[in-house]
Design a protein around this ligand. Structure first.
Ligand SMILES: Nc1nc2c(ncn2[C@@H]2O[C@H](COP(=O)(O)OP(=O)(O)OP(=O)(O)O)[C@@H](O)[C@H]2O)c(=O)[nH]1
Ligand SMILES: [Mg+2]
Length: 271
């Protein structure tokens, strides 16, 4: 029987050259959460990822693909995917990678956390029980260092703010206003946690085992790391300015000028 999509969670998976992974990921999600809709947001991957998904979608109405004309970044892929899911009445929006680093078996745990009243459930490598076996020393240091910096400067209170395995309550995404979220790479994950924290959203972390990809290649780049660092620094400065303004009794929360400066910096990084 066809379920009403308004009663289903949506799993959004951004892909760029994941033809060797995507069918296995979809199959596992379908067996673990058969009620969930799956939306693959593909940026015209040259390896034909979108076609693999279209072939699966031909025999399964719960599988969908959103094809975009060019590689436009993970952040905008999630924004487009979330907007589509919410327009179809999704009850939860789940983020996960296509490379089997995130185990679909954790999805019901994330959904239960939302049912328990949280607005955002994060699959975390850095809470007790969380692990990332096989991650190189360099990647682990980058990940832990990035999290430490983001927490120091943004006061997030979250151990794994760069994790890409999460579930959002749609109401939180609506309040955040996705059109105003600008980051693309790891910065997107941090920005979403930061925006949730500003709104005093209820955030919980659940342990995950993060597996290294065995197929395909990583899309991590130096620019993605630089983007995240620059953005965190600017958000930290904005946060401090807001704290000081509040102390003075001035409640104007945002300065349009800083947002414009931020957009200019991001533009240079992406050029
Ligand atoms: N649509 C879209 N998806 C992307 C883009 N960049 C990365 N992705 C996808 O985002 C997910 C995470 O990217 P990965 O390359 O696995 O990055 P990562 O997990 O940080 O790095 P590894 O641990 O090395 O795998 C994967 O499913 C990618 O295919 C992009 O520009 N557009
Ligand atoms: Mg990955």
């Amino acid at each position: 029987m066809e379920l009403d999509s308004s009663s289903a969670p949506w799993v959004v998976i951004p892909t760029y050259n994941e033809a060797g992974n995507i069918a296995a990921v979809i199959e596992r999600i379908r067996s673990v959460v058969p009620q969930a809709r799956i939306l693959v947001v593909d940026d015209s991957s040259p390896d034909g990822t979108a076609q693999v998904v279209k072939d699966l979608a031909a025999g399964d109405t719960y599988v969908n693909v959103l094809s975009r004309p060019m590689k436009s970044g993970l952040g905008s892929a999630y924004r487009d995917g979330f907007i589509r899911g919410m327009s179809e009445g999704a009850t939860a929006l789940i983020e996960m990678d296509a490379d089997l680093s995130h185990e679909p078996e954790v999805i019901p745990v994330l959904l239960r956390v939302l049912e328990d009243g949280y607005d955002l459930a994060i699959g975390s490598r850095y809470v007790p029980g969380g692990k990332s076996p096989g991650l190189s020393r360099g990647r682990l240091a980058l990940s832990k260092g990035g999290n430490a910096y983001a927490n120091l400067i943004l006061g997030l209170g979250v151990r794994d703010a760069t994790s890409g395995f999460r579930a959002f309550r749609p109401a939180l995404l609506q309040t955040i206003d996705l059109a105003t979220v600008g980051a693309e790479g790891y910065g997107f994950q941090i920005e979403m946690v930061f925006r949730a924290a500003i709104l005093d959203a209820r955030v919980a972390e659940v342990p995950i085992v993060f597996r290294e990809r065995t197929q395909g290649v990583s899309k991590m780049s130096r620019n993605i790391v630089i983007e995240a660092m620059v953005l965190c620094t600017v958000w930290g400065a904005q946060r401090r300015a807001r704290q000081l303004a509040r102390k003075r009794g001035d409640f104007a929360p945002y300065r349009k000028g800083t947002d414009k400066a931020l957009a200019a910096i991001i533009g240079v990084l992406r050029a």
